[in-house]
Each structure stands twice: as structure tokens, then as C-alpha cells.
Ligand binder design. Structure first.
Ligand code: FCB
Length: 471
């Protein structure tokens, strides 16, 4: 009887159970739906956040009048060069590298060491008020401790000549090249080599700082480290992440050391570093993989370095003297680098991607003047005045340079209107020169150079720049 009742109960419960299973099904469906909605909302929120935090603006240049620019009184107009790229007949880490690889030799370059006075006439012709150039350590100290007074005198004469023309000299103490003996000791890979660099800097500073008030310590430390120690395209042609990080840290140590010592010797001088700010943007702005790649590269290239200056900590080590070691920041801006998991990077060289509407420059990377503003905002956080120490384009036919120049000047002019303290603009470069790993095929000059005859001629973009300065 009892058993029969139970069975009946079972039977009676069947429809109830069946109903529960349907409810479960429905519930599962709803849970899955909620999860999908949640995921989509999360993705949208993430994308919105990323877009806000890391925007990649593109302007409609058709609608912008790039002639509508204005610069404050006293804004400094300049051009930039570097010793190894123009002086000629060098003997340093670069010439060693050139002869040991298939790279094009720099040779006599622009023969500038001989004809510098004529080249300074070109500066006067342009009407610039500042000239950024670099001092070649290997000329001054061919072997350790053996100082070449004659070469030092030439740099001193250059400085006097510039000042006589009303042009502010802005020397850089290290622009990619240094003596072979120092390279043989390991250069920037070994922190025990830094005192050699410091004593060279002190000597130059002691000879010129009575007349030179603005100095760049080092040019583009990240480019030097990455090209020489990751990609192997610059001397010493190594490929080691470990060494790259070590060189990055030691260059920061070197800068901090030089800054502290020179400031003590002459506190009236302004010292800065020329930092290449390359922007890294994800190839696919929707991709969850391209984003982290772009962020990581940006952090390694830009963020870690800025943090070093702001906090005295860089790439997991303390460099206390680096904190606040800038009186101004030199900004070198050229392009953004579109990157992601499937980075278009071949074994030896960088191949550059571009957005569909962007123009590719002769170097291969896109023209992205909008990025100048992002680079300015990035360095503005350092809280010191900005000097644009380099900006330009490889363009042998000079068909792109005028537009390139005007777009970048327009962006700078807008940034100044927005209250950012930008003091100068130095165009790279005064004249065509030896473009490092690319040799002579990349033509960056406002003046073209015929390397057979060493004849210089003002390009149309040079005339335009002269006109802008005059205005
Ligand atoms: C910069 C270098 C400079 C020149 C330009 C085109 O990275 O500082 O010497 O080669 O690129």
C-alpha cells in the first residue's frame, strides 16, 4: 500500500520535474545571454576606455589651412645636423661598423669639417636663429687621455662664428658616435665606462660654456640602444634584449651624471636630452592582442624613459640622479609605428605599416603630423619647456616636404595656442647627409647636396621655411 502510494507520488511528480527541466533550460539560456551581454559591454567599455586614454586622432587636412599659424615673439627657428653625418673623414665606432658590414661608408660626407664656414652661410641665408649640431668625441680624444686641442679650437671657432651671425649654438655631446677605443671597452654596455664619457663632456663644456648656454647631453638614447643592440642596424650590430636594457639604463645614468656635473660647473646653462618619441598604435584597434603589444612597446620606448626622469627609477633599477635632470626636453618627432601581433617586421629591418589614407615617406614610414601633438603632450608632462630638436622627412624630390613642414608647424602652433611651452623648432636637416644605416639614399635636407661636387642648393621647402621664419 505504502509502495503503491510512493509510486503514485512519483508519477504525479513527473510533470513537475519536466516543468523544472524546461525552466532550467530557460535559465541556462538566460545565463548565457547575460554572459554574452556582459562580455560585449565589457569589450565596449574597454574599447571606449582605450580610445579615450590612447586616442589616435586623424585630422581632415583638406579642411585645415596650414598657413594659419602664429608663433610667439622670440620663438626660436633652427635646423639640426650631427657630426658623423656631415663632417666627413671620421674614425669612430661608426666607421668601424661601416667597414665591417655591407653598409655604405660615410666617407667625406658633406665635407663640413673643411667647409663649415660656407655651410654656416646657408644658415644665415635661411635666417635661422638656432643651430643644433653635435661634437665628435673621437676627434677630440682619438686615444684615451690624448686631447686634440686643434679640433677643440675648431668647435670653439664654430661657436664664435654662429654667435657672430646671431645664431644660437646648441651642441649635442653624444649623437650616436664615439671613439673606437671606447667602443672596444664596451661603450654604454658597461657602467664603469661612464666616467670616460663624463670627463669628455666636462672638457668640452669647460671650453664652450662661457658662450654656449643650451646643451643636449645625448641624442635619442632609445634609438641608439634599440638599433645597436636589438635590431643590429647600428654599431655594434648586436641582437640582445639583455644588452639593450643595460644600454638604456646606462645611457640614463650617463645623462644624469653629465647633467649633475655640468650644472655644478655652470648653473646658468640649460641642459636637456633629445628624446625620440615614436608613437605605437595597434594595427587593429579592435584587437585584444595588438593593444597590449602596442602598449608594451610604447612603455619600453617612451614610458619607462619618462618615468626614469620623473621618479629616478627606470626599468626596475634606481637611478636617483635622473630624477628631475632636465632644464628642457628636446623632442625629436618623426612618425607613429603601427604594430601588433603580426608586426610587419622582418628579420633585419623594420617594415612600416600605415593607415589607408596616410602618405608613405621615402623612409617607408607614414607621415602622421597629428602625432606631433601627441608627442608634445607626452613630453609636456615632464613639466619643463620643450625644444623641438628634430623633425623632418626623407624626400629627394621635395614633393612632400613642404606639406610635411607646414602640417607639423601648424600642429606646433596649435599646441602653443593651447598654452604648451614650446620654445623652438629645429628642422632635420640643414642639408642632405649620411643617414646612418640607410647611407646617402635618404635625403632629409632643406638644401640638397650633390655628393660628387659637394654643391648645395636650396630646395623649394627651404625657401618655404625661410619664408615662414621671415613672417
Ligand atoms: C634621427 C636621428 C638623426 C637623423 C634623423 C633622420 O633619429 O637623430 O640623426 O638620422 O633621425
Amino acid at each position: 500500500m505504502e509502495g503503491l502510494r510512493n509510486r503514485r507520488q512519483d508519477i504525479e511528480e513527473i510533470p513537475i520535474l519536466a516543468f523544472s527541466a524546461a525552466t532550467m533550460d530557460e535559465m541556462m539560456r538566460q545565463v548565457i545571454l547575460a554572459a554574452i551581454i556582459l562580455l560585449i559591454s565589457f569589450k565596449i567599455a574597454l574599447i571606449t576606455y582605450r580610445r579615450r586614454a590612447y586616442p589616435e586622432p586623424h585630422y581632415d587636412w583638406q579642411k585645415i589651412d596650414t598657413n594659419d599659424i602664429s608663433f610667439p615673439d622670440g620663438f626660436i627657428w633652427g635646423t639640426a645636423t650631427a657630426a658623423h653625418q656631415i663632417e666627413g673623414n671620421q674614425s669612430n665606432n661608426w666607421t668601424d661598423f661601416e667597414s665591417r658590414t655591407e653598409k655604405e661608408p660615410s666617407g667625406i660626407a658633406c665635407d663640413h669639417w673643411r667647409v663649415w664656414r660656407e655651410d654656416f652661410d646657408l644658415l644665415s641665408e635661411l635666417g635661422v636663429t638656432s643651430y643644433r649640431f653635435s661634437i665628435e668625441w673621437s676627434r677630440l680624444e682619438k686615444s684615451p687621455g690624448e686631447w686634440n686641442e686643434e679640433a677643440m679650437q675648431t668647435y670653439s671657432d664654430m661657436v664664435d662664428d654662429l654667435i657672430g651671425r646671431g645664431i644660437r649654438p646648441m651642441p649635442t655631446l653624444h649623437h650616436f658616435s664615439h671613439p673606437s677605443w671606447w667602443e672596444d671597452k664596451g661603450g654604454f654596455t658597461d657602467s664603469s665606462n661612464l666616467p670616460d664619457f663624463l670627463s669628455y663632456c666636462e672638457r668640452v663644456f669647460d671650453s664652450l660654456s662661457d658662450r654656449v648656454s643650451v646643451w643636449c647631453t645625448i641624442n635619442e638614447p632609445t634609438v641608439f640602444s634599440a638599433m645597436g643592440y636589438t635590431l643590429g642596424q647600428f654599431p655594434p650590430g648586436r641582437r640582445s634584449i639583455r644588452l639593450t636594457l643595460r644600454v638604456m639604463r646606462n645611457m640614463m645614468r650617463a645623462h644624469a651624471m653629465v647633467y649633475r656635473s655640468l650644472k655644478q660647473r655652470n648653473p646658468d646653462c640649460a641642459l636637456g636630452i633629445a628624446k625620440n618619441v615614436t608613437l605605437f598604435d595597434p594595427a587593429n584597434r579592435w584587437s585584444p592582442i595588438d593593444w597590449p603589444v602596442a602598449r608594451l612597446l610604447d612603455w619600453l620606448w617612451n614610458g619607462a624613459w619618462r618615468r626614469g626622469i620623473m621618479t629616478g627609477r627606470m626599468l626596475w633599477v634606481k637611478i636617483p640622479d635622473a630624477k628631475g635632470s632636465l632644464d628642457f626636453i628636446g623632442l625629436n618627432y618623426y612618425t607613429h609605428f603601427i604594430t601588433g601581433l603580426f608586426m610587419p617586421t622582418s628579420a633585419d629591418e623594420l617594415d612600416f605599416a600605415k593607415r589607408e589614407h596616410e602618405t608613405t615617406t621615402e623612409f617607408g614610414y607614414p607621415m602622421y603630423a597629428e602625432g606631433m601633438r601627441r608627442a608634445i603632450d607626452f613630453v609636456a608632462d615632464l613639466g619643463v619647456p620643450i625644444e623641438v630638436t628634430e623633425n623632418g622627412v626623407a624626400d629627394s624630390s621635395d614633393s612632400l616636404r613642404p606639406e610635411h613642414l607646414m602640417r607639423h608647424l601648424w600642429v606646433i602652433s596649435e599646441a602653443i595656442k593651447d598654452g604648451i611651452d614650446i620654445r623652438s623648432y629645429h628642422h632635420w636637416s640643414l642639408m642632405d647627409n649620411f643617414e646612418w644605416a640607410e647611407g646617402y639614399k635618404m635625403r632629409f635636407g632643406l638644401y640638397s647636396v650633390d655628393f660628387e661636387t659637394q654643391e648645395r642648393s636650396l630646395r623649394q621647402s627651404g625657401e618655404l621655411y625661410r619664408e615662414v621664419i621671415r613672417r
